[in-house]
Design a protein around this ligand. Structure first.
Ligand code: T3D
Length: 263
């Protein structure tokens, strides 16, 4: 499958849905797909998008880097993997974290290698109960990338992060949820309905405020309480000046549903 359709990105009702779409290779990333994925994440920054849904086509979510493109038997010298990380995975991860809108991930099947860590970089992760998360890197002598060493350690602590990364044992979705690695494990046949309902809720919500919540929570683990209190003050000051705040309070007082515009 060529680069042209290896990522499907559509905006509808202010939701950008990004589908990883090389199902015959479990949606693993080749060079064209990596570039298309970066462009899709950049697309999310435009004003007509208020929330993002990321999922995979077929039975898997994403098996990370396409190892067919890394065949040592076809190379005269080792590849520079740092170059791929620097030009493909890291820009994607940085933009996902900086995006001032929620990203919902619907992990529809196995998420391995960079695929697992891209899922974990999303803001709310739902996974089908049949899905598994695999830090596959150690099986081929590599190190978790796409922010894996950072997100795993923050989400589940050093003991479980090391266990997952050193053993590469698959972690089922329900255990991942019980450990706090993801938000929820969902019955397979309900995954897309639940993920769609959630992302639509975000896309009709107070977008600016939701972006500020994301920013504040991401900042928390790197700051002192004093610094975080100051950040909350500054963000609340800005949030209090949004049209959506005025609408939220007015709707509450008028006992009706709010109509947020994202402004
Ligand atoms: O630039 C750089 O290289 C550095 C960046 C690295 C980032 C990384 O992500 S490194 C880690 C790469 N990923 C892996 O090591 C995972 C490899 N895949 C697997 O271990 C297994 O496929 C899974 C555990 C994910 C799923 O197993 P299973 O039994 O459900 O499926 P399968 O039969 O192994 O795979 C189905 C097909 O997808 C198969 O193709 P075929 O034989 O039917 O033609 C398989 O080869 C293909 N596939 C799966 N993963 C990859 C892949 N093809 C290429 N690359 C893959 N990563």
């Amino acid at each position: 499958m060529g680069a042209a359709n290896s990522i499907v990105a559509d905006v509808e009702n202010s939701v950008l849905t990004i589908t990883l779409n090389r199902p015959d290779k479990l949606n693993s990333f080749n060079a064209g797909m990596s570039e298309a994925f970066l462009q899709a994440i950049i697309r999310a920054e435009q004003d007509d998008v208020r929330a993002v849904l990321l999922t995979g086509a077929g039975r898997g979510f994403c098996a990370g880097q396409d190892l067919g493109d890394r065949d040592p038997r076809k190379m005269t010298q080792p590849p520079d993997l740092g170059l791929t990380i620097e030009t493909c995975y890291n820009p994607v991860l940085r933009r996902m974290r900086a995006l001032e809108k929620p990203i919902v991930c619907a992990v529809n099947g196995v998420a391995a290698g960079a695929g697992a860590n891209i899922a974990l970089a999303c803001d709310v992760v739902l996974a089908a109960k049949s899905a598994k998360f695999i830090q596959a890197f150690s099986k081929i002598g590599l190190v978790p990338d796409s922010g894996g060493t950072w997100s795993l350690t923050r989400l589940v602590g050093e003991a479980r992060a090391k266990g997952l990364a050193l053993t590469a044992e698959p972690l089922d979705a329900e255990t991942a949820a019980s450990w706090g690695l993801i938000w929820r494990a969902i019955d397979d046949d309900m995954l897309m309905a639940e993920a769609t309902a959630l992302v639509n809720k975000f896309a009709t919500g107070p977008t600016t405020g939701l972006g500020m919540i994301k920013q504040a929570i991401q900042a928390a683990s790197n700051q002192s309480l004093d610094e975080q209190l100051n950040l909350e003050r500054d963000l609340q000051r800005a949030a209090g000046r949004t049209a959506d705040y005025a609408e939220g309070v007015t709707a509450f007082l008028e006992k009706r549903a709010p109509e947020f515009t994202g402004k």
